[in-house]
Design a protein around this ligand. Structure first.
Ligand code: SF4
Ligand code: SF4
Length: 330
């Protein structure tokens, strides 16, 4: 069985300073042309996204090695602070992702009008990511209410695509309703921002984006996630990550996972009430499977809700990388 190298900088060291050595070890010199720095710049009011301080350093290192980077992400399917490109720019700038500070442009990759390149019937890659020459994926490792774990696979699958493909993945998170428990209180309809619940409280499947807001307010338990939702979502994430990474016209990727401020929810949550564990450090690899597997192992599989390894094992089965890895300390 082959083994991939995963480079590691400990949170006890100065992570900003060590980023340069970490990126050099993983092969940042290979990203010589226009490089998408794909990350999540945080939902409005989120506090735990990867901070511009680190991204500024990554930008400087990529440029030093001949790359021409830009920071990027895509708009969301749910209506909040990143629903449109204009919303996202306002949120990103408020969070400190300013080109003048970062040293490179910030480009919302799916453009003003959900601009993508269709590569399969279901999957469209965001145009600016498709048009790049290389991609460095910066992921904040977190737990996740639906997918158990969010790391590099989720960042690529949910973050490099248009709204249409996000919706395809979220189809499996649509709620189911037990009519016998429904007291017709109407709270779900008030919570739904997508006109996806009818007057008689049926889910309108074509409108539902699977955000779960209605489940959160349903006090009787009439609304819940479908059986097997988390493994189904994780497998869909792996499927989309596979299609994205194998259909981009370039094959120059580096995956950097930040294991700091590790919360039970992803950075789409406006706030996180607690941390799952202490800060661990930063991992970097050219293998998306190995870097996510190492991330889960270092955090501790038992700390996640459900089995966080479904997506990683599925990505390995599809041929995206190795489950076995060697940690190389930097
Ligand atoms: S919130 Fe729950 S109980 Fe109230 S109408 Fe909706 S499904 Fe029924
Ligand atoms: S999950 Fe619930 S709140 Fe979210 S879009 Fe679907 S019906 Fe509306």
């Amino acid at each position: 069985m082959s083994m991939s190298e995963v480079y590691f900088t400990d949170a006890k060291d100065s992570m900003v300073e060590k980023l340069e050595a970490l990126l050099e070890k993983v092969g940042v010199g290979d990203l010589k042309e226009v490089t998408a720095l794909k990350m999540h710049m945080g939902e409005r009011n989120n506090k735990t996204f990867v901070k511009p301080l680190y991204v500024q350093k990554i930008v400087a290192v990529v440029k030093k090695h001949g790359g021409d980077p830009f920071v990027t992400d895509t708009t969301t399917i749910y209506k909040a602070g990143r629903y449109t490109a204009m919303d996202y720019y306002r949120t990103a700038f408020a969070h400190g992702f300013l080109p003048s500070y970062l040293g490179c442009p910030v480009i919302i990759a799916d453009g003003l009008k959900d601009d993508g390149v269709q590569v399969t019937e279901k999957i469209e890659i965001a145009k600016s990511i498709y048009d790049s020459d290389a991609m460095l994926v910066i992921s904040h490792a977190t737990g996740h209410g639906a997918s158990s774990f969010g790391g590099a696979i989720k960042n690529v699958a949910m973050g490099c695509v248009t709204k249409k493909t996000k919706k395809y993945q979220h189809e499996v998170t649509q709620p189911v309703r037990d009519i016998n428990l429904c007291n017709q209180c109407d709270k779900c309809r008030e919570a739904c921002k997508h006109d996806a619940i009818s007057e008689d409280h049926e889910i309108i499947r074509e409108n539902c984006i699977g955000c779960g807001s209605c489940i959160a307010v349903c006090e009787t338990g009439a609304l819940k996630s479908a059986e097997g939702m988390s493994p189904d979502l994780q497998k869909r994430l792996s499927e989309v990550a596979y299609v994205v990474l194998t259909n981009l016209p370039y094959h120059k990727f580096i995956f950097v996972n930040f294991l700091i401020d590790i919360t039970p929810f992803c950075d789409c949550a406006e706030f996180a009430p607690e941390y799952m564990c202490s800060d661990i450090g930063v991992l970097a690899s050219k293998d998306i499977v190995a870097v996510d597997m190492a991330t889960i192992d270092m955090i501790g599989k038992h700390l996640f809700e459900g089995d966080p390894t479904v997506q990683v094992r599925e990505a390995h089965r599809l041929g995206l990388g190795e489950l076995e890895y060697e940690i190389c300390r930097v």
